[in-house]
Design a protein around this ligand. Structure first.
Ligand code: NAP
Length: 267
């Protein structure tokens, strides 16, 4: 069914509405790659979307592109690891749209690729700070505003490497494992506020992020035995994000959905 054809059954005048009509969403790390595809899809499905990333020029370019597509988009520079930037992000959503219904925590870094025992304290601190601690702190900041809406949805972008850690991206993998735990814990804590928290275990997706991985021989030799027959496209991660934020997923909470082309096989 196309998004335009969703029937709001409770409306006696039988009106058609998009699944995220008039919802307000923040998507972090959304000026290219998976975050960009998710932001575009949420807006296509009716949401007003605030995008962000570290570089103003990337924000401006992405906002312009999505506005030219007729979507309701605004943008702001925000490094998620920076407290002032997180506050500015939250405040901008409230000033621009007056509320927040949806938060997609997508931004992440991977500062080191190489043998596990060559990783330093600095690498571990940076990757945990940006990927895990900042994700939690942004959620903590935004939750009181979602709570005012009486319901809402949060998605955390994790990875299949959270289940199958690879020593060449060791610290990064372990942050993604931590995000699975964070998802579970937040879902328990926030269900009484009617705020659902789910995560995506993303597989290998064609972005600038995964280009590095493709070039590492130690990683490459693992891809075929793992069953990676092709990399996914960012757009293939977007529909599930929109669905999880919609009312069709109203009883789905604390789940972690694999988007891996089958690499992540779980019973
Ligand atoms: P990407 O192509 O490198 O895009 C990253 C986006 O995030 C860009 O918009 C970038 O813009 C922004 N960004 C980076 N660091 C940021 C920060 N500290 N604060 C705010 N924005 C930041 O990455 P991707 O492949 O789309 O990855 C998105 C998510 O999917 C990540 O959580 C990643 O761990 C996860 N994932 C990806 C893959 C994959 O194969 N691609 C696999 C598993 C999981 P600026 O440069 O302007 O900041």
């Amino acid at each position: 069914m196309s998004p335009e054809n969703y029937l709001i059954k409770s409306n006696a005048n039988a009106k058609y509405q998009k699944p995220l009509q008039d919802k307000v969403a923040i998507v972090t790390g959304s000026t290219y790659g998976i975050g960009f595809a998710i932001a575009r899809r949420l807006a296509q499905d009716g949401a007003h979307v605030l995008i962000c990333s570290r570089k103003t020029e990337n924000v401006d370019k992405a906002v312009q592109q999505l506005k030219e597509e007729g979507l309701s988009i605004s943008g702001i520079q925000c490094h998620v690891g920076n407290e002032k930037d997180r506050e500015k992000l939250c405040a901008t959503a409230l000033v621009t749209y007056g509320k927040i219904d949806i938060l997609i925590c997508n931004a992440a870094v991977n500062p080191f690729v190489g043998p596990l025992f060559e990783t330093t304290e600095e690498v571990w601190k940076k990757v945990f700070h940006v990927n895990v601690i900042s994700t939690f702190l942004l959620i903590k900041l935004v939750v009181p505003h979602i709570q005012k809406q009486g319901r809402g949805s949060i998605i955390i972008c994790s990875s299949f490497s959270g289940y199958m850690p690879h020593p060449y991206i060791g610290p990064y993998s372990i942050t993604k494992t931590a995000l699975l735990g964070l998802t579970n814990m937040l879902a328990q804590a926030l269900r009484f506020m009617n705020i659902r928290v789910n995560s995506l275990a993303l597989g290998l997706i064609n972005t600038s992020f995964s280009k590095v991985i493709k070039q590492i021989p130690e990683m490459k030799s693992k891809l075929i035995p793992l069953g990676v027959y092709r990399f996914g496209e960012p757009e293939e991660c977007a529909g599930i994000a929109s669905f999880l934020c919609s009312e069709d997923a109203s009883y789905i909470n604390g789940e972690n959905i694999g988007v891996t082309g089958g690499v992540l096989g779980r019973l």
